[in-house]
Design a protein. Structure first.
Lengths: 196, 253
């Protein structure tokens, strides 16, 4: 909670054109945003560009940030994912390389050469949540996890995932929907209807 | 449908996995301002964002951090001249009046030398500031130089547009430029994504034929489009009205 309050204060300072506050947000969340960009884009130079684009957009549009709609981290992750996926989609359209895009299984290998974040504060803050997310993902079956990963991190449409996995579109849609709701239950608890 | 029943759909909406017409119905409901569903959506967005925590963080590059700081510094430097330019003459004449008033006192008190020195210092400071910002652009690892050439036919001007594509800063420097005709100025143009002109700013021309402009690349440019400088009677023109005296292509992107 203290982290959220601090973030909120920093966001307010950024809205008042305080460059040091933006720098503090970069130090706090840059490693997560960069990791997400790398995971989605699988290209160091492009990930750096999107990382800068995300924080620059934060700098330029921080006055439009509404705290009640989510924490700074949520805002940054959404923005980074959206911008990175835009690039992936643009790249796919340009190069029509969907068929040769390579499986998501290569991601870990491609990230192997990157330095893991060495910011102990960031690590301590996110460590518990990281474990929670890992545990939540392990609630899913392998096929569910694969489908969610292809959708969330690779930005593939349902039709593209179906083609990639060689499965019917309806099966993929149902699987992703079911998997996401199971994830939701694991991360924030079941809805009232499900509790009863 | 009750708000409780919408909770699953809100999570799928946050994950961008909800399809029309269910998505449209839900967005319409949210647009009505239902506080309960808006709160549930924020909660769902936070949960979806948490999925990113599945990834091990990777140290964010120092180079990006430095580039951001440089970009912010350049932005503030560019904002200062812009602020002076828009109220343009008013602000400048205000300064001039102040300087003149101060100058008169100086003349009375210590002679004209003091005033001349003050004005020189002010000019030197402004020039040094512009040069520093221009050097930031030229020295950036993300700098891309675009050749600018005249059309020939007796027009000898040539130069470069330096574009730092990380910070968005642009610095144009051309030499062998003849002075614009009386009442006219040189204006820089970019090409927008639809092929239309995007105004870049007015060049300053020195008596020895050097034309310069420090500005920011417009956001909606065509990164493969043309760049041009024209001579305009209207310094605030939104479209070029004359042939290019300098021309180049961004091209390589």
């Amino acid at each position: 909670m203290a982290e959220s309050r601090d973030d909120l204060t920093l966001m307010e300072l950024v809205a008042r054109r305080d460059a040091a506050a933006l720098d503090a947000l970069y130090l706090r969340h840059g490693s997560l945003v960069f990791a997400l960009c790398l995971r989605i884009l699988r290209n160091h130079a492009e990930a750096e560009e999107v990382l800068q684009e995300v924080f620059w957009e934060l700098w330029r549009s921080s006055s439009r940030y509404a705290a009640e709609r989510g924490s700074a981290r949520v805002y940054l992750v959404q923005l980074a994912r959206s911008r990175a996926l835009d690039r992936v989609r643009l790249r796919r359209r340009r190069e029509t390389l969907l068929a040769d895009a390579g499986g998501p299984s290569v991601i870990a290998a491609e990230l192997g050469g990157e330095r893991r974040a060495s910011n102990p504060l960031a690590a301590a803050l996110s460590g518990e949540e990281h474990q929670q997310v890992r545990a939540a993902l392990h609630v899913l079956s392998e096929s569910e996890r694969r489908a969610v990963t292809l959708s969330f991190f690779d930005g593939l449409s349902h039709a593209e995932i179906a083609a990639h996995l060689g499965e019917p579109l309806g099966t993929v849609k149902t699987r992703i929907r079911r998997a996401l709701l199971r994830l939701r239950n694991a991360l924030v608890g079941p809805s009232d209807g499900e509790k009863r | 449908m009750t708000c409780d029943e919408r909770r699953d759909a809100l999570f799928l909406l946050a994950a961008e996995e909800l399809e029309a017409p269910e998505r449209d119905e839900l967005r319409a409901h949210l647009a009505d301002g239902c506080p309960r569903c808006l709160g549930a959506l924020a909660e769902a967005q936070a949960a979806v964002a948490k999925l990113a925590l599945e990834i091990e963080p990777v140290t964010a590059p120092e180079s990006v951090r430095r580039a951001l700081a440089a970009r912010i510094a350049l932005e503030s430097r560019l904002a200062e001249p812009a602020a002076l330019e828009a109220p343009a003459r008013g602000a400048r004449s205000g300064r001039l009046r102040t300087a003149l008033a101060a100058g008169l006192a100086a003349v009375l008190a210590a002679g004209a030398t003091v005033l001349v020195t003050q004005i020189r210092v002010m000019r030197a400071e402004r020039d040094a500031e512009t040069r520093r910002a221009a050097l930031d652009v030229i020295g950036s690892p993300y700098m891309h130089a675009i050749d600018l050439k005249g059309p020939g036919l007796g027009f000898q001007g040539h130069g470069h547009l330096y574009w730092d594509y990380h910070s968005g800063g642009c610095y144009l420097r051309a030499t062998a430029m003849r002075a614009p005709e009386p009442g006219k100025v040189y204006v820089l143009w970019f090409t927008d994504a639809d092929g239309g002109p995007l105004r870049g700013g007015v060049l300053a021309v020195s008596p020895d034929g050097e034309a310069t402009l420090l500005t920011e690349m417009p956001r909606d440019i065509d990164v493969t489009g043309a760049v041009a400088v024209t001579e305009e009677a209207n310094a605030a023109a939104l479209r070029p009205s004359a042939d290019a005296v300098l021309r180049g292509e961004l091209q390589t992107f």
